[in-house]
Design a protein around this ligand. Sequence first.
Ligand SMILES: CC(=O)SCCNC(=O)CCNC(=O)[C@H](O)C(C)(C)COP(=O)(O)OP(=O)(O)OC[C@H]1O[C@@H](n2cnc3c(N)ncnc32)[C@H](O)[C@@H]1OP(=O)(O)O
Length: 267
Amino acid sequence: MEFRFNVNEIFKQPIVQVGHTLIPQGFKGDRRALWDTLSKVTDIVNAMGSASATAQGLTKPITSADRLRNSENQNLYLLIEPNACNGKGAVTGLLKTGQKGLYVFDRDGHHYHVQAPCILDFYVHESRQRTGFGKTLFEHMLQKETVHPEKLAIDRPSDKFLGFLKKHYSLVDPIKQMNNYVVYDGFFPSVKEMEATNNNSNSPNKNMRGANGLQAQIVTSPYGRYGAPRPACSMGQIIHNQSSAVAAQEPTGKMYRNIYIDLFMIH
Ligand SMILES: CC(=O)SCCNC(=O)CCNC(=O)[C@H](O)C(C)(C)COP(=O)(O)OP(=O)(O)OC[C@H]1O[C@@H](n2cnc3c(N)ncnc32)[C@H](O)[C@@H]1OP(=O)(O)O
């Protein structure tokens, strides 16, 4: 995307990270230069955020300078093409990540309360899609945040993004969540991690920190009926569209009770 000003004067690297201050890395200058730079960064973030929203068919941008200013736990990466537009440079891609507290279900219907790294917004300019720019930007983020792709929760991924994850990271069969996020099998703590935590704690609500910083709490209760071993959760089956599992048997009072328990525990 082209701007009326020289992008290279603001961003000196091919991939830059913009935080809540909106001040570019390595900025040097007086107060006047700072205001000028902030105004240009604001224009860039707003324009790229709007283009991303349009590309995804959203009515409101997920990324804007205002939103970024108000959220300290989000990272925005911008991909710059320094040689584009007769040397004025262009901004080609945007990737926004952030930590979110989420309730997520695995395939068996167990639910977890996690503090997870999330992909919130991802966009490459139409003229550059499918030429590897998205992969370059995404790889940069993975390295910076030392996270593996399967440990990410993705907010409302588009078909293009699902295709991207399949092609570059062999991520298939996404587990769609009620909150519109998507995760993959490797997202959840492994059996080994769960056993290690179970051995070290008597607490019914197990806190786990999996690889790459995923912090999960398996939500269970030791008391009364909630403490009893439960069959595969019917609500989980419904959520994950495992219709055969649900349709194979008539709903019983017990199944309805499990649905009720799961609903009760989510809220
Ligand atoms: C959480 C969210 O932000 S969800 C929203 C994701 N963003 C969008 O959908 C906006 C529009 N799309 C885009 O901006 C881009 O296509 C991105 C960001 C998804 C991917 O960036 P790109 O630079 O195109 O990715 P890159 O070139 O590295 O990889 C290409 C692969 O991505 C997938 N992909 C990219 N564009 C398309 C498309 N138009 N149709 C289908 N698959 C696509 C394919 O798997 C493709 O591989 P292929 O060309 O061999 O089929």
